[in-house]
Design a protein around this ligand. Sequence first.
Ligand code: UT7
Length: 466
Amino acid sequence: MAALLDIPLRTSKPAYQKVTQPLLGSGQVRRGIHRPQDVVAWDLPVERRDQPVKSVFPDSGVDLLIVQGDSILEHFREPAKVTLRGTLRDSTMRYAAITGWGACMPPAVLTNADLSTFLDTTDDWIRSRTGMRERRISHASAIDMATVAAKRALACAGLEPDAVELVIYGSCSNDEQVPNSASGVQFALGARRASAMDVNTACTSFLYGLSTASAMIRTGVVSNAVVIGVELISPYMDWNNRNVAVLFGDGSAAVVLQASDRHEGLLGEELGCDAEARHILRVRGMGCAYANRNVVLGDTQWDFDGQEIFRRAVHGMTRASKAVLAKCGVTADQVDLVVPHQANLRIIEAVVSRCGVPMDKVMLTVERYGNMSAATVPVALAEAVNEGRVRPGSLILMPAFGAGLTLCAHLVRWGDRVIPLGQTDAALPPSAKTALEMVNEIRALKAQAAVRSAAGLAAPRLVETA
Ligand code: UT7
């Protein structure tokens, strides 16, 4: 038997060779200790099969099965003649299933007409250039929003807070810099046993957090995680700048991941960073580079080259989407739903058209919520499930792009359950203020400060100019 386990594989990545599954008469594959007479089963995830990696099996004298979860994909009688393309993975390796989902949207709506009360803009311009009609402004803190979203996702998963092992807070909006925000959510949830980590890759933060948590679950570091995408942009928006003020909104959502033996959850991802152009999307005034320079925190100036960001977003999201589909051996027509970052309807249309996916397979929230940065994808995902657009086993493609310029695309296979196991009455505290009242209060505070320092905002020691 030892000889079987020593089958040499030539792969570009570590291969896990202790996969040995007895084949039962029913055709089902089960976990267990194999015996010499057993058929050997290798768990070769479909998503890896088109990679240019060849593994040649010498004659092992046994049948070889390629299995995925409980399904037998291929059956070779003569393994010696089989050439596999792909990376072999130990079938005892766990997956990270999405078992809970929940959004927390602040109730106050800021319309295009509201914006045009203090900016030189129109509903027609905003709708035709971006697809946005309205966005939300939060009266609550970012940690409050994140906590309510996490509580809803936990109730949906039927997981108690004290069972949570990891909280990831994906965002570039922090109530404070120190301590981190994930620890605030952990505290507010009562998830005392959980580790707590912030991930900031701007608009892609939720998806980078999904990668991080899935990898930690799959490698056994933790067995579950709450991954949050949240953004509270209104306090640091430059409300005088129509180039950016019309685009963004506040919001939050979370998912619960749990270890699973089934081939579901994150199947693969493509992560990247177009850093040579990081200077084209920058919020000046936040961070240590601006400390002690007469810059009031919140009184920002945005560097935002909209057209160039647009061009790079289309290119980056398209490239990442095609790459993750190829990695996973999935064709565009097999994708059931696209849940993209929602920065601009025209960007989404360009990306899915280049990927060969029709618009009726795209979940859109951009019209109602605008660009909520890290929150856009999880909010759209949670709404898609609640609206019945996600079915058991759905293949979901999630491309995103943000400051950095970070980019990614994730492919997820949904599990069996599309109905929440439970609900919670967790909610944001009530507020009687309208969105426009809140924005005008923020604008008044900024005007009152009136100490913005041009020299301070120029912050001479940024990495590109050092
Ligand atoms: O999540 C992070 C990623 N962010 C993005 O992906 C955003 C990517 N960029 C975009 O979505 C688009 O570039 C914008 C929506 C930001 C702008 O659309 P555009 O079609 O690229 O417009 P533009 O920047 O070329 O501006 C066209 C005109 C300009 O006037 P002139 O020079 O033609 O006279 C702008 O000054 O529209 C003017 N303009 C506005 N007019 C009314 C710019 N902003 C506004 C506004 N209202 N809010």
